[in-house]
Design a protein around this ligand. Structure first.
Ligand code: SF4
Length: 70
């Protein structure tokens, strides 16, 4: 199980995570990255996935390090 946390204060809404990993990340109407409903835990900025490799790619590709996968 991988936990995802998005720091929405830091997110600049560039859309890179959504492009890299659209199964998991989607930009909100406020242009902040969110976890799609399917994988959300509590809030839109937190989620859990089993076996989706692109979450690490999205973490690595975020220009402001707003995504943490643990
Ligand atoms: S890649 Fe980072 S800065 Fe860009 S939308 Fe995703 S979380 Fe926000």
């Amino acid at each position: 199980m991988k936990k995802i946390k998005i720091d929405q204060e830091t997110c600049i809404g560039c859309g890179a995570c959504e492009s890299t990993c659209p199964e998991v990340f989607v930009l909100s109407a406020q242009a902040k990255s969110t976890v799609v409903k399917e994988y959300r835990t509590k809030n839109e900025d937190e989620g859990e996935v089993e076996d989706i490799g692109c979450v690490e790619e999205a973490e690595d590709g975020c220009p402001v390090d707003a995504i943490t996968v643990s």
